[in-house]
Write a protein of this length. Structure first.
Length: 242
């Protein structure tokens, strides 16, 4: 393994990427291909195999679950006398879009991310790229190195460097989390539903609607489902002063 890593660092045609990932994450990957996928946004179409679009959406899904598990355990141990509601709310603040976007940008993920540079002219779409890629990278680490390694990475490189629990506790939730919390308190039935998927400039645009007590109350649209949900939530919270 040591010889293989030495060869890749020194002689591989992708030695620059190999070193860049080390600079970003603090370790050399075993399977570089996993990290290339994690660093490929769905807007990036260059040199792809026909009919086989490669992007980081599946790894983002996996990384989200791994991150949520590690954060949940950390909170469970750190706050032994807090109830489920407190733990759930605090976890939501940490793994929410805004916080992950901030962390991803500070780590410098955007500098390695493959995406359509036209998105630079669309701030609302750019806002979610770093956070989504961070989750995808965690997914790649989990596949490449296993759960124990991924857990150590999350604790040592994310929690210790970017998360202040005392500050997190008093921060406001994302609009979606805030709205869900309100619905639970008021005993209202709330649902986020995919209304339709449009295609603009060869990109999927998701239209999400919020349904409260079987009544459609708001819609949001974005290239990211999560951002579309957040935008719809912000719109409804603003309209109703929640």
């Amino acid at each position: 393994m040591l010889l293989r890593n030495f060869y890749l660092r020194k002689f591989s045609k992708e030695k620059v990427l190999y070193q860049n990932i080390y600079n970003l994450l603090g370790f050399y990957p075993q399977k570089l291909s996993l990290y290339k996928i994690a660093l490929t946004h769905n807007s990036y179409n260059h040199n792809q195999i026909p009919h086989k679009k490669i992007n980081n959406e599946r790894m983002e899904f996996l990384g989200d679950s791994v991150l949520g598990m590690v954060i949940a355990e950390k909170l469970y141990n750190k706050f032994p006398y807090k109830d489920e509601g407190f733990l759930t709310e605090t976890r939501s603040k940490i793994v929410g879009r805004n916080k992950l976007n901030q962390i991803g940008k500070k780590m410098g993920i955007l500098g390695l991310l493959n995406y359509d540079k036209k998105l630079n002219n669309q701030p609302s779409l750019m806002e979610s790229l770093a956070g989504n890629a961070l989750e995808a990278i965690i997914g790649a680490i989990y596949i490449d190195k296993g759960f124990a390694f991924a857990k150590r990475f999350i604790i040592n490189h994310i929690i210790e460097n970017y998360i202040d629990f005392n500050t997190i506790v008093i921060e406001e939730l994302s609009y979606k989390a805030k709205l869900i919390k309100w619905a639970q308190k008021e005993k209202r039935k709330i649902e986020y539903s995919l209304l339709r998927v449009d295609e603009e400039n060869k990109r999927k645009i998701y239209n999400i609607q919020i349904i409260i007590d079987d009544l459609v109350v708001c819609e949001g649209r974005n290239q990211s489902k999560k951002v579309a949900e957040e935008l719809a939530s912000e719109k409804y919270c603003t309209l109703t002063s929640i």
